[in-house]
Design a binder for this molecule. Sequence first.
Ligand code: 3NM
Length: 514
Amino acid sequence: MADYSLYLVTDSTPTILGDKDLAHVVEEALKGGVTIVQYRDKKIETADLVRIAKKLHVITRKYSVPLLINDRIDVALAVQAEGVHIGQEDMDLTTARKLLGSEAIIGVTASSTSEALNAADGGASYIGIGTVYATPTKTDTKSIIGTAGVRNILQALAGARYSIPTVAIGSLNLSNVQRVLYQSASPHKSLSGVAVVSAIMASADPRAAASELRQAVSSAPTTLSPNALKNTDLENILKQVPGIIRRLTEASPLCHNMTNLVVQNFAANVAICIGASPIMSNNGQEAKDLAKLGDALVINMGTVTPEGLANYIQAINAYNEIGGPVLFDPVGGGATGPRRNAIKTLLSAGYFDVIKGNENEILAVLGEGLVQQKGVDSSGSTSNTAAKAKTVQRLAQRERNVVLMTGETDLLSDGDRTYAIQNGDLLLGSITGSGCTLGTTIASFLAVERGDKLLAALAAILMFEIAAELASQRPEVRGPGTFVPAFLDKLYAIAKEETTGWLSKAKVKEIDTS
Ligand code: 3NM
């Protein structure tokens, strides 16, 4: 069977190929490690198509790599290419198979589960799944399906017991291939590879581009796993919380906050009190240097603007590139259209180790149906704990990360383990920034506990919420105004181990979501 791990689709348009020679680029890409080539040119005369296809076939044969022709069965026959790739609007699969024979590789494009199942049923050799993300290379794409859409298709194929190879396409490049492979994998079926156009064809050094991509697709993205060192016993999990706090105060990790105007000062104070070292920088250009320091990033979209969004993306890429933990707080995510779009943009721009938000925000991230949120605050819930737990688990499974839905009962899941936490104090709801600073706290914990991100988040939540309970009981606390300093004092006292025994107040319960 063909190796689909790095699938090159050619493009001869000047915006992508530039003044480079097509055959030379293809040969360089083969030297770099491309495993299959599709010759695609929608604009050229048939005679030229055949001439160039012949030339490319001489080259691909030298590297024992199959050459497929886009759309044109006649051209594939004329040059004796190994196969074709056909879209939903091209010649039907049955006719193509009849013309090319049983040995030929025939790939079919699918953007939905029904198209994919039909292709598999009809005897396609592989399925090209797309469009993953919008791409300037092909602007007439039917639907942008994201990693969640790819995953649905893989799940449907696995469910119907098809072992057909699959590749994904659409804006895939070195910065996102590992994440896309990881996030799109369903429990029983993963992508066989990735298909790219511009990531290789537009590169000044196609050989190096192909070689880096090949390396990326064939190595496991270890930094992305939400629970590489998974703890399953709740009692054992809770026992580890003080040790994590100690590691935090000893390491004093940098917590890079790209946060809203409202909470910057409060978030910096919370970070200092728990033992982290805050930096409040909304300038994406600084992110590469900050990411290199090796700690965590908070993306809090409380006061998002188009310029802010571009900065977030720069920072997410910088942290993703080196596996630095990133927490996403989609503040007010369901409040306006631009915020809902910002969520979509950010989800496709990179990987978040943890997504935290109130119920409306988490529903907005899930993106199933319109959630109308009033302002950024949490508002009356419409579902019970069991339903919320399922939502949180589903999103964690979809994004393959850790998701926290805050509320009177907090729900935390890595898609596998789901916990309900009933700590905290009502006064947290009467001050601004309690949710945002919880994000800062969790990110700081993620910086020192990377093996089990769910454990990191749980430890952070418990420290934060039990500190609030203890603070509210202080005699000097008479309301929100006096609560804030008492709360900071309690966080500080717990970090310094001046307050002990607090963990016995933890109210955590495992939820059976089956
Ligand atoms: N087919 P790039 S998207 C050729 O969705 C093609 O079927 C697509 O280009 C589909 O790797 C696409 O430069 C172009 O984003 C992909």
